[in-house]
Design a protein around this ligand. Structure first.
Ligand code: PEP
Ligand code: MG
Length: 308
């Protein structure tokens, strides 16, 4: 019965009354590409590129990167692809990009900060993405991880455009960026909330420590507050606000995130059918009501219960 319900819905994500919510895919390399391409999703919302950089002594060449990105683009003809630039550091250490002596790697030179320190590394990546996109006629967008300020967003967008890539965005993973989302959106074309890191930095709780999972819970009302602020900034700016952390693939949370105003949810391919079905069961007003109830809850368990 449940499987039949999941199979019944196809096509673009939307609520019961037709409010659109783009359902996108998270991918990380050539593995799982076939399954992702077969998924009924509107495009790729997060293409993690770390796989190309991990476990090696130096950065991959322009040609190697161009070929690797091209392989992914070729698998998604006609669908938009959001490529995330190298997110080196902390839980994804890259020896030639990160210092191994930082006392607090999660708070160190990681993500976009690596590109700030080493512009050549980022420029080669942007050129490779641009060349591969042209080769495969891909509607490519590029976003930076771990951006904290509007100035960083401006600098990143200028570098992206220098390489002829039309759309630049940033991830919202640092509370400072969520608090100033409107100023950041003034510099870029879209933002995507990385709830995994946003939870880590909001609760000062290492995402690698299972012992802190209660704090890292995406149902924490303080995290929902930040999502709500970013979505509101998106509404004011008339620009897309997506979610690409694990939270986006939770069918119970998806209507809450929709009710808060996010415009796309990016998740692993197997998560898509259940999220699509969950959205189709509720009108946008229903989503807004569960979002209001969750955000008013005193804690994560009560927020989850309010939406169940
Ligand atoms: C996130 O932080 O939520 C995210 C999507 O990026 P990653 O998990 O790769 O850090
Ligand atoms: Mg992250």
């Amino acid at each position: 019965e449940q499987r039949r319900e999941l199979a019944r819905h196809r096509g673009p994500g939307s609520t019961k009354d037709g409010h659109p919510v783009k359902l996108l895919l998270n991918i990380g390399g050539a593995g799982g590409l076939e399954e992702a391409a077969a998924a009924d999703a509107e495009g790729i919302g997060l293409f993690r590129t770390e796989f190309l950089f991990l476990d090696r002594a130096e950065a991959p060449s322009l040609d190697e990167q161009r070929a690797a990105y091209g392989k992914v683009f070729a698998a998604f003809p006609g669908r938009p692809v959001v490529v995330r630039t190298l997110d080196a550091g902390a839980d994804k250490p890259v020896p030639f990009a990160n210092d191994d002596v930082e006392p607090n790697p999660a708070l160190g030179v990681r993500g976009y900060r690596v590109g700030r320190r080493n512009p050549g590394l980022l420029d080669v990546q942007l050129e490779a993405i641009s060349l591969a996109a042209r080769e495969h006629e891909t509607d490519v967008r590029v976003m930076a991880p771990m951006v904290a300020t509007a100035a960083e967003a401006r600098e990143f967008a200028a570098r992206v455009r220098h390489f002829g890539i039309a759309r630049a965005g940033v991830m919202i993973e640092v509370p400072a960026a969520a608090l100033r989302a409107e100023a950041i959106l003034a510099e870029v074309d879209f933002v995507s909330i990385g709830t995994n890191d946003l939870a880590q930095y909001t609760f000062a709780a290492d995402r690698l420590l299972g012992e802190l999972n209660d704090l890292l819970d995406p149902w924490q009302p303080a995290l929902l507050d930040l999502v709500s602020m970013v979505a509101e900034a998106g509404r004011k700016s008339a620009k897309p606000v997506g979610i690409c952390g694990e939270a986006a693939g939770d069918p119970l949370l998806a209507p809450v995130l929709t009710g808060l105003g996010v415009t796309s949810l990016s998740m692993s391919a197997p998560a898509v059918p259940a999220v699509r079905a969950a959205l189709r069961r509720q009108t946008f007003d229903d989503c807004a009501a569960v979002a209001a109830a969750a955000i008013a809850a005193p804690d994560a368990a009560a927020a989850r219960a309010a939406a169940s």
